[in-house]
Design a protein around this ligand. Structure first.
Ligand code: AMP
Ligand code: ZN
Ligand code: FE
Ligand code: FE
Length: 285
């Protein structure tokens, strides 16, 4: 099966395993007609992705993914159709990456206190983002595996890095309404990512979406690899009811999440081109 789009992916600039250019070329080779690059807390991969899209003949939507705090609940918001080189948003993202760096150092200190011989340089060696990159827990996990302190990536999260792990330090998150405002101020659309993850009842999700919509939220990520057919239908109905747009993507990370293919998820994801067209209509209105 070919065709379709993918509006949620990660490159080496944050915690994916493919460079922005290779990711875009892969999307083209897989037959997708559009792909969004949505790295965590950084837009540093966008110029390379956009250039690769022009070269390969596939539409690239410049994006980002932010972790935000919404009335005590931690959520992910994807921004789409950002400028390749944003204005004030770039400064906000730089601040988030600074606090990410401090958090990485704090987690390494906790690991060392637990007798684990891993340094911040070991962690940064796992990250490919360079200047403007957003290293985080996935890179710490890889360093722990490489140095033999965990046998698997998942095991590193269970023992050390997950929210109940010995070295876990919570991430400082911007307020949801502020973060949505940053994305909108750049002319982008704001999408609530992977709603299944928040473990809310449909009624509570609806309440949350209404508050986020008041803050400027444009769309809900309805199509996602972990969403069952029933969930997809429920989220679609909720989006219609609240007059929110519909988005969809695989959350592709390459080798870090080997079960997820770009544009296809676990094999049965398919985000129609009509989703892209409808979002563009919202963008223009
Ligand atoms: P960070 O932004 O540094 O907190 O890292 C978050 C990323 O770590 C997520 O996007 C996931 O890819 C990964 N992650 C978080 N929790 C787990 C977990 N329990 N098991 C595996 N990966 C996880
Ligand atoms: Zn990620
Ligand atoms: Fe996410
Ligand atoms: Fe993601």
């Amino acid at each position: 099966m070919t065709g379709g789009i993918d509006l949620h992916t990660h490159s080496t600039v944050s915690d994916g395993s493919k460079s922005p250019g290779d990711l875009v070329r892969l999307a083209k080779a897989e037959g997708l007609s559009a792909v969004a690059l949505t790295d965590h807390d950084t837009v540093a991969g966008l110029p390379e992705a956009v250039a690769a899209g022009v070269e390969a003949g596939i539409e690239v939507v410049p994006g980002v993914e932010l972790s935000v705090d919404a009335w005590g609940k931690s959520l992910h918001v994807v921004g789409l159709w950002l400028p390749e080189r944003p204005g004030p948003l770039a400064d906000r993202l730089a601040e988030l990456r600074t606090s990410r760096g401090e958090r990485n150092e704090a987690m390494v200190a906790r690991l060392q206190a637990a007798g684990v011989d891993v340094t911040i340089d070991d962690v940064l060696a796992e990250a490919g983002g360079g200047e403007g990159g957003a290293p985080g827990r996935p890179h710490i996990a890889q360093a722990l595996v490489r140095k033999g302190y965990a046998t698997t990536y998942q095991g590193a999260f269970e023992k050390y890095l997950g929210s109940r792990g010995a070295a876990y330090v919570p991430k400082a998150k911007p307020d949801a309404a502020d973060a949505i405002g940053w994305l909108k101020a750049e002319g982008g659309l704001a999408v609530l990512a992977h709603p299944f993850l928040y473990k809310l009842t449909n009624a509570d999700l609806e309440k949350l979406l209404l508050r986020l919509k008041d803050a400027g939220l444009d769309a809900l990520e309805v199509h996602y690899p972990e969403h069952s057919t029933d969930q997809t239908r429920t989220y679609l109905q909720l989006a219609r009811k609240l007059d929110l747009g519909v988005s969809g993507g695989s959350d592709y990370h390459g080798d870090i999440k080997p079960s997820i293919r770009i544009g296809r998820g676990k094999g049965d994801l398919s985000v129609p081109v009509a989703v892209l067209d409808a979002l563009k209509e919202r963008l223009g209105s």
